[in-house]
Structure formats: structure tokens, C-alpha cells
Design a protein around this ligand. Structure first.
Ligand code: MTE
Ligand code: MOS
Length: 759
């Protein structure tokens, strides 16, 4: 095992101080001379034909500058995401309530908002659809393509009908899940600054600076080298700053291009709720078959996501859900069909877990039911069927290495006292206690569906004072990327950790590195940094060696490089002195790196082949108390274990685990966005409830590190993993406690209560 100085240590966060003291400059904090402010004019109804837009009244607001509509678009009026169906500003039809129809520019943010409220849209209301299952019915109003299907996938293997006919035990159930709002602390925001010579610099709160680059260049009709995207300190993303910041930034850029002045566009919380992406509501019918010995023989899934009015990221989110739909089990016969349906509601997009939590809730709830039918304990049943190294997934991908799932399940079983608790739920007064389990796997990175984007660049520059600057194309949004990547750079160069700085993304300094999603940053940017730093490392190490021998060190001994110091045979020299010497020898101290993910072999036709390069794993046990009188559930404790490869920073990993669990629990129990007739009813934090620290359960978190040879210092990816299995573990615990099987998330008290009344 290699000895490491920085990787694997709980080093302090690079951005801790600026964030804790309030010094960090978020988009809203930035000022530019002559800056104007924009505000959006939004569609009032789910689906309208726009007849006219008038700013006659808005013009009277002091400070009013101009109205920006689709007519001001010099480029193409198609936002480039996966598919190109979303106009930057609608020309004839607006497709969801809250969609930006036009923008108003004024001298202050307040004047812009006031003026926007006075812009009059004349429209005719069109028939709309608000239910994804109805959207897929034959006679449905056509709002998208010929059949309202945004995207659809299959996984087919073996003979599912045959396996069900022969099965000893079968289960089937319908499950549904609601939206989840990202609830990032910082709402969406961007500032566009026109540059001399016709360029545009965009400051954007984003997790995907290169999506912003694509969009701004398209909207303005500019070549990429005239557009520069600077990521501002980003106050949370969770997937909600993947696609949509590109739209916000393009709107700011259109206003800046029209007025020739810097324009700031910062969203209020209500409009952020109404118009920005969300976790897709999901619906699934799942069935499993098992043989007499409790081995799963078949799985059938129909899975539908509510995509909203435009496709945005639905194809990618749905594909991830498809690949993981049967759960982390060996299953020879599989028939999975999935659909993203269009509705006249806010376009749904990426949210931590990316289409997996919805289907994991359904499938892991049902695995418990199947275990029950087979007369087995849920954990024993899972252990019989789990994927182990050497096994094949439902896409027939063989898991070669770095797969610790069975060990995770055993660890959680032991630490939670599962064997004693599961068989004996307790009732004391009105309070029933129970425990529930779940297991999950997670393909790290974009996988086959996003393979063209699965690459990343890095630029490493060692200055002559020995301080190190690293540019990457993936973003810090709270998860700790700046810190983890600095640790990797420090380790590779043997530079003191304090001397390494990783910056927020500047699109002009690194090549397009794909999006900061799918827990891919440590793996992709980490490997790119190692590639960039390795030739510098060789020069530094060779120079150190020659300095040490020059100082009379005994060259028969091995040179040791650790903690920013080089030593050999009783002599030592610090990184700083070695770098000075490298510079005086005129060595090249700046390098570019690049990492492209290995090829995948997945076939869309039947869903067979390698879907992702590598998987991370999780196991969860949740202990709950259910009030039998009210149906209110409280999660007391969660035991979780993860295999995410080598842990680069244990304290940060723990933070990701705790945050992911709480966010998963919040979705499972509380979060309930309500639409009525295509209008969002509760777009605010008073009526849309999320878990706070007051609700947090006790955590017991274990990492079992199964090294991944291709990963930077053997790491995989972890950012999303902790959220995925929480909801089914909680649902299974409720069932264990009081017999109520609730099949829809959030697991609201009234739903539990109704099941209890059914008896
Ligand atoms: N943690 C914090 N604090 N803030 C975030 O916005 N986003 C999550 C997760 N953890 C997020 C977070 C999501 S959705 C992803 S994809 C990963 O972090 C991305 O980080 P990584 O690529 O560095 O793993
Ligand atoms: Mo995370 S949903 O992949 O940004």
C-alpha cells in the first residue's frame, strides 16, 4: 500500500473561511459599473398562445430601460441541452405556468420587478395536460411530439413470462413519488458583462459552466472564444444548477447584448420554485418472481417520469433510472420499459440520484414484500440475491472488481442490531417502533448515455514561489470538490496542501469538462489533475534528487517524498526550494491534463452491455417511530454503509453522507409540492416543508473502501449515493413498525393513517 500524505486525511475545507465569515462573493454580491437589472415576465397559465406582449404600462416605471423578447435573439432561439425543444424565449406558445415569456431591464432590481409585473401578455388559453399517465393515453391532448413521449428506454433479457409462470412466489405493486425542490440556499442568478469587441463575460451560479457557454454562445450567435463563463461561488446545486443556469445566464446575456451594459438577473424564491428544475415525480409498476429457494428469477418494470413541458435532462435522468430499475440483484430475466412523459408543468431535471431514488423506493419496498412471501428475513433475502464481484447486472455487465455490497449489508446488519430488532417490532402506548432496510448501487459518471461528455481537463501551474494554481472544469457547489481536488494535486506533486489553490471554473482556462453531475468530479477532474501534474512531479522529483545528492546525501538510500519535503540519506529539502531550483533550471512548471472515461458497450435496442464503467454501493437501515393515532413518523436513527472506493477526505465524506441522508429523509417524509390544474400552489418555504437539523436522525455511518484501480488514488464517486436508499428503508421501517405499506412518497401521516385504518 502506498503511503499518502494528503489523500485520506480530514484536511480543512479550502472554502470554509470565506463561507463561514460571509466573505464569499455569490452572484448577487457582484457589482459592475453601469450595471442594470433584469426581471422575468412569466406565463400565468399552463399553456397559452401568446397574442401580444406590451410594455406600455411598464414604461412609466422610473428607471425602466427596455423589454427583451424573442425578437432580440441574434442567435438561434433553441436552448442546446440534450434535445433542442426549449426556446430561450417563446415565440408563439408558452407551455407551463411560470415560463419566462419576456424580460424587462431597469436601473434597479426593484424597478425591474415592478415593470415586469406591469407588462401585459395577451393570450388565448390552450388545452393542457397535467398528469403524465394521462399524457401517455391514446386520446390525450398532444402537447409534445406525436405521443407526448419525451424519451423511452428498455432493458430486455431472458424470458420474463416464462419465469413468472414457473415462480414459487411473485409480488407486484404500483408506487409513486412526488417532486423534490432543490432548496439550495442561493437562488439562481447570473450577471452578463459585454466586452469590447463584441464578446460577453458571464458570471454564473452553476454546476455546469460549459452548458452555460453552449447556451450563451447559441443565444447571442457568438463564437465560443468570444464568450467567457466564470463560475461564481455557488451556494448549493444538488442537480438544480445543472441545466437551468444556462437559461438564466442566456437571459441576462440577451439583456446585456441589447443594452450594451452589464445586466444582473437574480431570481426570487417564488419564481425559482415555479420555473427552475425539480426532481421528477415518478410512477412505477414493479413485479418480481422468485423460486422456492428465495432466488429472484425475474423482474418486470414499467416506470414513468413526469418530464414537464420541455425535455431538458429527462432522457439522461430516465436512462439512469432504467439501468438501476431492478435493484442491485442477480436477475436472469428482465423486462424494463420506461417513459418520460410531457406535461404542462415545470420541466423536471437532475436531482441528487438522477432518476434512481424514485424507482429505488418502488423496487426496494417490493423486495421486502417478496422476502416476506418467501418466508425470509429481508436482509437474508437480499444477501441471497445481491450482486457480488464476478456477477452480472441486469444489463449483463460483469462486475469485475471494487464491489463491496455484501460487506456493506453485513456491516449495517451488525451495527444496527438488525437480527434482534427486525423480528420484534415494539408498541409502547401509541408509539410503534420498527426497522427497515435497503440496498442500492450507483453507476458513477455519465455512463453510456452521456459518454461523449464523460471527459475532463485540468491545468496545473506551479509558480516560482512554489504556490500551485489548479484550474478544472468541474464546479464546487458545497460538496467539497475544491478541497478534494487540492488534496489530489498536493499528493501528486508532494506540495504542501496549504500551497495549493483550486479555483472556481473559468471556461477560458480549461477545455470543456462536461457537467458537474453524476458524482463524477473526484474521478474525472481528479484523474485529469494527476495527468497534468505527473510530468511536473517528475521534474520536481528529479531536481530534488540532484539537490540532495549535491548536498552529500547517501544516494544508496531511497529518496522519500512526504508532506511537502524530500529527504534522503540524512538530508532534506522542502518543496519550495526544489521549485525555485526547477525555475532556475528553466523547467516547464505548467501542464494540461485530460481524462476520458473508458468506453462502454451498452446497446439502446435491448438495454444490454456495460452501462457504466464502475459502480458505488450503499446499504441503509432506518429505525422509526410511528404514532398510531396520527400516522406521524419520526426517523430515530439511520445506519448506513458505503463503498465509494478510497475516501479522499473522511470528514467531508461524512458530511456528504449526513447531508445526503437528511435530504433523502426529507423527500421521503415531508416534501410535498402541490399542483392544482397546472398551477403550483405552494412555491415557498412556509408551505413547502423540508427537514431541518431539528428533524435529523442519529447517524451511524461506515465506509468500506473497495479500491478502484482506475480512480484517482483508487477513489470512485460518492456525492449522490447517500440519498438513494433512504426512502425505501424508511417505508420498510414503517411497515415493520405498524404494518402500513405506504406506496407513495412523501410518506405523509394521512397516508400512514389510512393504511392503518384499512387494518
Ligand atoms: N453537496 C452539497 N453540499 N451541495 C450540493 O449541491 N450536490 C450533490 C452532491 N453533494 C451537492 C452535494 C450532487 S447532485 C452531486 S452530482 C454531487 O454532489 C456532485 O459532486 P461530485 O461530482 O464532486 O461528487
Ligand atoms: Mo447531481 S443530480 O448529478 O447534479
Amino acid at each position: 500500500m502506498e503511503k499518502l500524505s494528503y489523500v485520506g486525511k480530514s484536511l480543512p475545507r479550502k472554502d470554509a473561511e470565506i463561507k463561514a465569515t460571509g466573505a464569499a462573493q455569490y452572484a448577487a454580491d457582484r457589482e459592475f459599473s453601469g450595471m442594470l437589472h433584469a426581471a422575468a415576465v412569466r406565463s400565468p397559465r399552463p399553456r397559452i398562445k401568446i397574442l401580444s406582449i406590451s410594455d406600455a404600462k411598464a414604461r412609466k416605471v422610473p428607471g425602466y430601460v427596455t423589454l427583451v423578447t424573442h425578437k432580440d435573439i441574434k442567435g438561434v432561439n433553441k436552448w442546446p441541452v440534450v434535445m433542442q425543444d426549449y426556446p430561450f424565449l417563446p415565440e408563439g406558445e408558452a407551455r407551463f405556468a411560470g415560463e419566462t415569456v419576456a424580460l424587462v431591464v431597469a436601473g434597479t432590481a426593484r424597478a425591474a420587478r415592478k415593470a415586469a409585473s406591469l407588462v401585459e401578455i395577451k393570450y388565448r388559453e390552450l388545452p393542457s395536460v397535467d398528469d403524465p399517465l394521462k399524457a401517455l393515453e391514446k386520446g390525450a391532448v398532444k402537447i409534445y411530439g406525436k405521443d407526448n413521449v419525451i424519451s423511452s428506454f428498455v432493458i430486455k433479457k431472458g424470458s420474463v413470462d416464462g419465469a413468472f409462470a414457473k415462480a414459487a412466489f411473485t409480488v407486484e405493486g404500483e408506487f409513486s413519488t412526488n417532486y423534490q425542490v432543490h432548496a439550495y440556499l442561493e437562488t439562481q442568478g447570473s450577471i452578463a458583462v459585454p466586452e469590447a469587441g463584441g464578446g460577453m463575460t458571464v458570471h454564473s451560479s452553476t454546476q455546469c459552466p460549459f452548458y452555460v457557454l453552449d447556451a450563451v454562445a447559441a443565444a447571442l450567435g457568438l463564437p465560443y472564444h468570444k464568450v467567457k463563463v466564470l463560475q461564481t461561488v455557488t451556494g448549493g446545486g444538488f442537480g438544480g444548477k445543472e441545466d437551468v443556469p444556462a437559461l438564466v445566464a442566456s437571459h441576462a446575456a440577451l439583456c446585456a447584448a441589447k443594452t450594451g451594459r452589464p445586466v444582473k438577473l437574480i431570481y426570487g424564491r417564488k419564481e425559482d420554485f415555479q420555473s427552475m428544475s425539480k426532481r421528477h415525480p415518478g410512477w412505477a409498476r414493479v413485479a418480481y418472481a422468485a423460486d422456492r429457494n428465495g432466488k429472484i428469477t425475474a423482474c418486470r418494470v414499467k416506470y414513468v417520469l413526469d418530464g414537464g413541458a420541455y425535455s431538458t435532462l429527462s432522457p439522461i435522468v430516465l436512462w439512469r433510472g432504467t439501468v438501476h430499475a431492478a435493484g442491485p440483484y442477480k436477475i436472469p430475466n428482465v423486462d424494463i420499459e420506461t417513459f418520460a412523459a410531457a406535461t404542462n408543468k415545470v420541466p423536471a431535471g437532475a436531482f441528487r440520484g438522477f432518476g434512481q431514488p424514485q424507482i429505488c423506493f418502488a423496487q426496494e419496498s417490493l423486495i421486502d414484500e417478496l422476502a416476506g412471501k418467501a418466508g425470509l428475513d429481508p436482509v437474508q433475502f437480499r444477501l441471497k440475491n445481491l450482486l457480488n464481484p464476478g456477477d452480472r447486472t441486469v444489463t449483463s455487465q460483469r462486475l469485475k472488481s471494487s464491489c463491496g455490497l455484501s460487506e456493506l449489508v453485513q456491516a449495517v446488519r451488525k451495527r444496527s442490531g438488525w437480527d434482534k430488532k427486525a423480528g420484534s417490532p415494539r408498541v409502547r402506548g401509541d408509539i410503534a417502533s420498527g426497522i427497515g432496510f435497503s440496498a442500492a448501487y450507483y453507476g458513477v459518471g455519465l455512463g453510456a448515455k452521456g459518454r461523449y461528455l464523460d471527459r475532463a481537463g485540468a491545468y496545473v501551474n506551479v509558480y516560482k514561489d512554489s504556490s500551485v494554481n489548479v484550474n478544472v472544469g468541474n464546479a464546487e457547489m458545497g460538496q467539497g470538490a475544491l478541497t478534494v481536488l487540492a488534496q489530489i494535486a498536493a499528493e501528486t506533486l508532494n506540495a504542501p496542501y496549504e500551497s495549493v489553490r483550486v479555483e472556481e471554473v473559468d471556461s477560458s482556462k480549461v477545455p470543456d469538462s462536461g457537467p458537474t453531475v453524476a458524482s463524477r468530479t473526484t474521478l474525472m477532474s481528479g484523474n485529469a489533475i494527476i495527468e497534468a501534474a505527473t510530468p511536473i512531479r517528475e521534474r520536481v522529483f528529479r531536481t530534488a534528487y540532484s539537490m540532495l545528492t549535491g548536498m552529500g546525501a547517501d544516494a544508496s538510500e531511497k529518496m522519500i517524498a512526504a508532506g511537502g519535503v524530500f529527504s534522503m540519506g540524512g538530508k532534506s529539502v522542502p518543496f519550495k526550494a526544489v521549485v525555485a531550483e526547477c525555475w532556475s533550471r528553466r523547467l516547464k512548471m505548467a501542464e494540461q491534463g485530460w481524462y476520458a472515461a473508458p468506453r462502454t458497450t451498452f446497446r439502446m435496442r435491448d438495454g444490454q452491455g456495460d452501462a457504466y464503467v464502475i459502480y458505488s454501493y450503499s446499504a441503509d437501515a432506518a429505525e422509526v417511530e410511528v404514532d398510531l393515532k396520527t400516522g406521524v413518523t419520526r426517523v430515530k436513527k439511520i445506519w448506513a454503509a458505503y463503498d465509494v472506493g478510497k475516501i479522499v477526505n473522511p470528514r467531508l465524506a461524512l458530511g456528504q453522507a449526513q447531508g445526503g441522508i437528511l435530504q433523502g429523509m426529507s423527500w421521503a417524509l415531508y416534501e410535498n409540492l402541490v399542483y392544482k390544474n397546472g398551477i403550483m400552489v405552494n412555491p415557498n418555504f412556509t408551505d413547502y416543508v423540508i427537514a431541518t437539523t431539528a428533524d435529523k436522525p442519529e447517524y451511524d455511518i461506515t465506509f468500506i473502501e473497495k479500491p478502484y484501480a482506475e480512480g484517482p488514488y483508487r477513489a470512485k464517486g460518492m456525492g449522490e449515493v447517500p440519498l438513494i436508499g433512504v426512502a425505501p428503508a424508511v417505508a420498510n421501517a414503517i411497515k415493520n413498525a405498524c404494518g402500513a405499506r405506504v406506496k407513495s412518497v412523501p410518506l405523509l401521516p394521512e397516508k400512514v393513517w389510512k393504511e392503518l385504518k384499512k387494518g
